[in-house]
Design a protein around this ligand. Structure first.
Ligand code: FEO
Ligand code: CA
Ligand code: CA
Ligand code: CA
Length: 627
């Protein structure tokens, strides 16, 4: 019998359920000492040598001084909200573009019902649930959006009596179909953007869509199954979290908490290859009870075929998605591709789990616009970040020589390879965003309540370190690095913290945040990030929205804009209670922003029936670009 409680856990807490934090351990005393030692010093500069890790200017300005300077923000920052609505600044408007259950084709026009949700036979004809990473493409003058549906909420999608646990193969099919990726055409009708029903570009990719494995792990014994003795043909991309866009106009979807879809009905395969990734026990959605492919007692290699960056060509709805194994296997957040100064392709990649790592892939060949691209994501080197306390850092190559693992093992068990070279354990790397105007990149380190408390799943030490300086870090921070010689393919970089989130009302120590945090822009748990073409950093949060205790004054999740030069951060948007804001892209003319609202609460946006995860559009009333 499946455990009903599993579906109530966040993905983060699902990890904790598998590998519980001890009630008390050797770190606790260290944390207490650290907090009491730092507590009386007051202010963020109380971090030992930590003041030096902040960007220029972040400690030299108070908020009042910042306000007097000429701000580069085109909007007046908004207050927090605690309601079930979206708020944007004066002079801006927002509107829902597409909700979970809305049709992509005319035959699904009446598929959704406020009481029943979506029927199984229409479940791959509608927009999926829990929208996440999203990218915009212009194809033959048309506006195309590719967008992830990260996961499903079974209690919303299944009959009430099931209490969120599927009871039939059809119910499992329904859940599978409502996740994955949507490619859809959108058009400005004059009254704002709408989805173009029946567009030849519209497409759903689900947990059952056929795709190929490419790169050095393809065809290896580790990825062969009974159903696929070639080790090159896979079904499904799952837990599609963040996204990326290649230089050649394809979509990258990033497989994050893939482990949760697998379970065991009999004898479990054992080994670090399973334990390090949290694979085993009972699956989150009971897939294994109805589909032997997800039963690791039956197919121990099936989980090795997920946890990749998958490339999708939005221009061609017939194209077969390709899982790019050269970019490693872990809980991929997003994939930020940049064209390095030396011509090679660089992809920055975060592994979102407490104490896991930040990665970089560098292609072997260089890229030229219009030139060949087929080898660029198959032939290259994967690196992992090591941050030194003196604000320098280096990318450590993951090779047979450095790790003692063979090339296929490195790509299948990437976390173990990264541990072997002594990479820096991070506070849950979420999105990476690269500044289009300058050689620098940012990674949101969302939070890590286990920092200084418990090692990562591989047993690596998680004592506070340079870019992750706070024990029991419930607020998160954003680290920024600048590659040497302005070349993202260079193996050395310098780094600082762009912001450390915190609460200056509740705390007067390192938990009050860095100097660019104030009572007017407080937030916690930075997650999604993207640069607009004008070089501003948009920051989306997926945090605690209870607005009480240590989170008092932060309100609902929000989207803020950060100025990389001044360090100033201003709140642009708040989303309904319960929701996180994730996924951001712009129309070709930059006059419309597309923003994802995942797992809203209440009955948003319909004001009746079930809450519906949605993509919304945001625009300026004066018709000017918004980024
Ligand atoms: Fe799916 Fe780490 O966010
Ligand atoms: Ca995220
Ligand atoms: Ca998150
Ligand atoms: Ca999420």
């Amino acid at each position: 019998m499946a455990d009903k409680n599993l579906v109530d856990l966040s993905w983060d807490d699902f990890d904790e359920h598998r590998d519980p934090r001890p009630v008390s351990n050797q770190f606790d005393a260290v944390v207490e000492r650290a907090i009491s030692r730092r507590g009386f010093l007051g202010g963020a500069i109380a971090f030992g040598s930590g003041a030096a890790v902040f960007g220029t200017g972040l400690f030299s300005n108070t908020q009042d001084a910042l306000a007097q300077e000429a701000s580069r923000f085109a909007f007046k920052p908004i207050d927090i909200a605690t309601d079930f609505a979206i708020h944007v600044p004066d002079g801006y408007q927002s509107k829902v573009l597409v909700r979970w259950g809305d049709p992509l084709w005319s035959d699904a026009k009446d598929a959704y019902s406020a009481t029943q949700g979506v029927p199984v036979d229409m479940s791959d004809r509608v927009f999926g649930e829990n929208t996440d990473g999203m990218e915009h493409f212009e194809v033959d003058g048309r506006q195309i959006i590719a967008v992830n549906s990260e996961y499903v909420n079974p209690k919303i999608n299944l009959p009430e009596a099931s209490e969120g646990v599927p009871q039939t193969a059809d119910e499992v099919k329904l859940l599978k179909n409502l996740q994955g990726v949507t490619v859809m055409e959108v058009a400005d009708t004059g009254a704002g953007f709408e989805v173009v029903l029946d567009s030849p570009y519209n497409r759903r990719i689900t947990h059952e869509t056929e795709m190929t494995l490419a790169g050095p792990l393809a065809g290896h014994a580790l990825v062969k199954t009974k159903a696929d003795p070639t080790g090159k043909l896979v079904k499904g991309t799952m837990n599609n979290c963040g996204s990326g866009k290649t230089l050649w106009g394809t979509y990258l979807t990033c497989e994050e908490n893939f482990n949760g879809y697998f379970g065991a009905t009999g004898v479990e395969p054992e080994g670090e290859g399973y334990s390090r990734y949290g694979i085993g026990g009972q699956g989150r959605y009971a897939y294994e009870l109805f589909d032997p492919r997800y039963d690791i007692s039956n197919e121990p290699n099936e989980p090795h075929r997920h946890g990749f960056i998958t490339e999708i060509d939005p221009k061609n709805p017939e194209s077969v998605p390709i899982k790019r194994t050269a970019l490693g296997r872990f809980k991929h957040e997003n994939a930020e591709m940049v064209h390095a100064k030396d011509g090679r392709v660089v992809v920055y990649l975060g592994d979102d789990e407490r104490g896991e790592f930040l990665y970089r892939y560098v292609s072997t060949q260089t890229y030229t616009p219009g030139g060949p691209t087929e080898s660029l994501l198959d032939e290259g080197t994967l690196y992992v970040a090591k941050f030194n306390d003196d604000q320098t850092g280096e990318w450590l190559p993951l090779t047979p020589e450095t790790t003692g693992m063979d090339a296929a093992e490195i790509l299948c068990f990437t976390r173990m390879a990264a541990s072997a070279v002594g990479a820096t354990t991070m506070d849950r790397p979420e999105w990476v965003a690269a500044n289009p105007l300058k050689a620098e990149a940012y990674c949101a380190l969302t939070n890590n309540k286990n920092r200084g408390v418990k090692p990562n799943a591989g047993g690596d030490d998680t004592a506070a370190n340079g870019p992750n300086p706070r024990e029991t870090n419930n607020y998160g921070q954003i680290v920024r690095w600048t590659p040497e010689q302005e070349n993202h393919a260079h193996d050395r970089f310098s780094w600082d913290l762009y912001v450390m989130a915190g609460n200056p009302t509740v705390y007067d120590n390192e938990y009050s945040g860095s100097a660019n945090i104030n009572t007017g822009n407080m937030f916690n748990s930075p997650d999604g990030m993207a640069f607009s073409s004008d070089g501003m950093l948009w920051i989306q949060t997926d945090g605690n929205y209870k607005n009480e205790e240590e989170f008092e004054g932060m309100g609902n999740n929000q989207m803020l804009v950060g100025d990389p030069e001044s360090g100033e951060i201003a709140r642009f948007m708040t989303v309904p209670y319960g929701a996180e804001v994730t996924g951001l892209c712009w129309s070709s003319d930059k006059r419309t922003a597309f923003v994802g609202v995942q797992h809203p609460g209440g009955s948003w946006p319909d004001n009746e029936g079930k809450p519906r995860s949605s993509v919304v559009t945001v625009w300026r009333e004066d018709g000017m670009p918004i980024g």
